[in-house]
Design a protein around this ligand. Structure first.
Ligand code: NAG
Ligand code: NAG
Ligand code: NAG
Ligand code: NAG
Length: 332
């Protein structure tokens, strides 16, 4: 008999669930128990950003006026009834103990004390006698997961050379709403320098790293719930001697190469001049061949010395008699 009753009760409960009207009365996309509600053109949704551990008070507009003072209303969270109020009595959500001392007037407020993450959702009240719905408070809990103290930002490269580009990635933390990013250098706001660019992904880009850029870089994340930060120290730019050494080597190579090319050029020019001169000589000798007598071949005649091609000046040799004339006074 008892089991039968339970079964009946379950069937009744299921029927009750299905009996809920499905029309949404032109309301926003919320899971709404509209059974006692009247049709309303517009229900405002108010976004409320709250903090964990704080308290907030929601007012039930349909009974807030003096006309509604004695009326009853039901508070809902995401479509479930959570509390009953009247125009002269507040409700405290989940009977939590209030963590504040100020007295709140009894006008049908829903008091959310010591807010937790699970309290996120849509809250509204419904006036029992006329089905009027108050505005919907969409509660989001803002939070910021603190970065650990020993966390160090990632700089790429971690030990930059002089003139190199460095990217410092800001740390990621779980937070709502998305935090704003601010960069600090040596404890104060990032100086405006042409070589500092904060990219859209929050990375700090340092172009042409130099000694002036060495120091402590800090990325600070801030949102409604608070702030957290992490940093990294960039050291003196790496001595560029290794780079300049290899640069020297390269320039040396290039220089040696060019010297070699120069000598090759000189040599080939000299060779060309020699060939030209030699060719000219051969051509001259060929066209001005001295008559040769029998045994001398053409080849030999070309190679034979020619006084016309002899270098230098020509000695004029005057013919002399075998007996040199002496000036004698007798003869005169
Ligand atoms: C809160 O307290 C009231 C009155 O003491 C009680 O009727 C109600 O069931 C309690 N609600 C919760 C969620 O504990
Ligand atoms: C509220 O007041 C009481 C004494 O009146 C005090 O002990 C308590 O710390 C106060 N609480 C807060 C949250 O201010
Ligand atoms: C961030 O953006 C910069 C510039 O657009 C890019 O060079 C860098 O790789 C990005 N970093 C990450 C971690 O995505
Ligand atoms: C930043 O701090 C570092 C380390 O304390 C220091 O060497 C450097 O000179 C500072 N740079 C500027 C621009 O203050």
């Amino acid at each position: 008999m008892k089991q039968c009753l339970i079964l009946l009760f379950i069937i009744f409960f299921i029927n009750e669930l299905q009996a809920k009207p499905s029309s949404n009365l032109g309301l926003p996309n919320i899971n709404f128990d509209t059974s006692g509600a009247i049709k309303q053109d517009k229900v405002n949704i108010i976004d409320l950003l709250t903090l964990k551990g704080t308290s907030t008070v929601l007012s039930c507009d349909p009974i807030f006026s003096s006309e509604g003072a004695k009326k009853e209303a039901i508070w809902y969270k995401d479509g479930s009834k959570i509390a009953y109020v009247t125009g002269e009595r507040n409700a405290v959500y989940e009977n939590r103990t209030l963590n504040f001392n100020s007295t709140i007037p009894q006008v049908g407020f829903l008091i959310l004390a010591n807010i937790k993450m699970e309290d996120e959702g849509d809250y509204w009240c419904l006036r029992k006698d006329n089905g009027q719905i108050g505005e919907i408070s969409r509660i989001r809990v803002s939070y910021m997961t603190q970065l650990e103290d020993n966390i160090e930002l990632v700089a790429t490269p971690s030990r930059p050379y002089e003139g190199e580009m460095v990217e410092i990635e800001c740390a990621f933390t779980d937070a709502f709403p998305a935090p704003a990013v601010n960069w600090f250098f040596n404890g104060s706001i990032l100086p405006t320098r042409v070589n500092y660019v904060v990219a859209s992904n929050a990375s700090l880009l340092i172009y042409h790293y130099s000694i002036a850029d060495m120091g402590f870089y800090e990325c600070k994340l801030t949102n409604f719930a608070g702030t957290t930060q992490a940093g990294v120290t960039l050291s003196l730019p790496l001595s560029t001697s290794i780079q300049s050494d290899s640069l020297q080597q390269q320039t040396n190579d290039i220089l040696q190469n060019s010297t070699l090319m120069f000598f090759i050029g000189c040599l080939s020019t000299a060779c060309l001049i020699l060939i030209y001169l030699f060719g000219g000589m051969i051509w001259y000798r060929f066209s001005n061949r001295r008559p040769c007598h029998g045994r001398i071949s053409l080849w030999q005649s070309i190679l034979r010395a020619d006084p016309a091609l002899a270098p230098g000046f020509r000695k004029v040799v005057a013919p002399m008699s075998a007996h040199p004339r002496l000036l004698q006074t007798d003869d005169i």
